[in-house]
Design a protein around this ligand. Structure first.
Ligand SMILES: C[S@@+](CC[C@H](N)C(=O)[O-])C[C@H]1O[C@@H](n2cnc3c(N)ncnc32)[C@H](O)[C@@H]1O
Length: 304
């Protein structure tokens, strides 16, 4: 176990990937290297390319996994951008989406709503917009859209209006600036879940998370060797729905609209979904690692 991040569903990930087959595996969300460590430890026949946007995660995993240096390489990048650059086909790939415990616990990274946390939330720690810039510059309609779409916020318009009113007085800088707007809107009914949903919406927008996932899924599928396996662990329904729909569509023989009398599409399934039902952590895992409670794993195997 790593204090940096306790990996979730490790034996399930290894079970679906079957690293004993050997070959190159991609860990697109290296984090503290927990899943990569399990793949490398399972067999000397597996090599892993570990990818993360966060340079701190890359450094931590390289330090921790130095003993495997002849079978382990890292790349600092968005996992959506690496598939095209791979030299070899993949025996398997794993995406363990979202942020690591280390990122959440580091107040300076701005992922949590603990007081004093700067509204940053960039996984890479640089480039792009910060959460504060979004709150201070987005049009009300765009704020309302992202709060509704990415946070499933019921009161997206009133909240967007209050954000715009507040920034006219002073710009958003730290988490309590946003929390106080939420407190004004929700009063004593404001729950931790309400705050978490709004912070999640900003994080998704800052890091373009759904866009990365949407680009990565077909790109990784195309880089799998025949029989190769893609495993994705999601932490909220927006991600899980995309993964479920993609795996379902790839596993169908015919994807023609139902009204077409004759099939005009590819006419063959690209592979099979290995998880008929989504895989959740056991009660024991949730008890020992509460942050695993929302994890949902799906796996898909490319046709041989
Ligand atoms: C839940 S943690 C992964 C933990 C890891 N599986 C472990 O066992 O330690 C998610 C990691 O993925 C990274 N990440 C999230 N989205 C990414 C993306 N689109 N491209 C690259 N890295 C990403 C985050 O920076 C974070 O370090």
């Amino acid at each position: 176990m790593s204090v940096y991040h306790e990996p979730v569903l490790v034996s399930e990930v290894v079970g679906f990937l079957e690293p004993g087959r050997g070959g190159l595996f991609l860990d697109g969300t290296l984090g503290g290297g927990g899943h990569t460590a399990a793949i490398l430890a399972a067999t000397p026949r597996a090599r892993v390319l570990g990818v993360d946007r966060d340079p701190a995660a890359i450094r931590e995993a390289e330090r921790r996994l130095a003993v495997y240096e002849d079978r382990f390489e890292t790349v600092e990048a968005d996992f959506a951008d690496v598939a095209d650059r791979l030299g070899a086909a993949l025996a398997g790939a794993v995406l363990d989406l979202g942020v690591s415990s280390h990122q959440i616990d580091e107040v300076a990274r701005g992922f949590s709503f603990r007081p004093g946390s700067p509204l940053d939330m960039r996984m890479s720690g640089r480039g792009g917009v910060t959460a504060a810039e979004i709150l201070n510059t987005y049009a009300e309609a765009d704020l309302a859209r992202l709060l509704r779409e990415f946070g499933e916020e019921r009161r997206s318009w009133p909240l967007a209006r209050r954000i715009a009113a507040r920034r006219r007085e002073s710009p958003f800088e730290v988490s309590e600036d946003l929390v106080s707007v939420l407190e004004d809107l929700y009063g004593h009914r404001l729950s931790v879940q309400d705050k978490a949903r709004v912070f999640q919406a900003l994080r998704i927008e800052v890091n373009r998370e759904l866009d990365s996932l949407g680009r990565a899924l077909p790109a990784l599928r195309d880089r799998l060797e025949p029989g190769g396996v893609l495993v994705v662990i999601s932490y909220h329904s927006l991600e899980d729905r995309r993964v479920k729909n993609a795996f379902r569509e790839w596993s169908r023989e015919c994807v023609c609209p139902p009204e077409l009398p004759v099939c005009h599409c590819r006419g063959v399934a690209l592979g099979e979904t290995l998880t008929r039902k989504v895989v959740r952590p056991t009660a024991e895992e949730v008890a020992s690692n509460p942050r695993s409670r929302s994890a949902r794993l799906r796996a898909w195997r490319k046709a041989s």
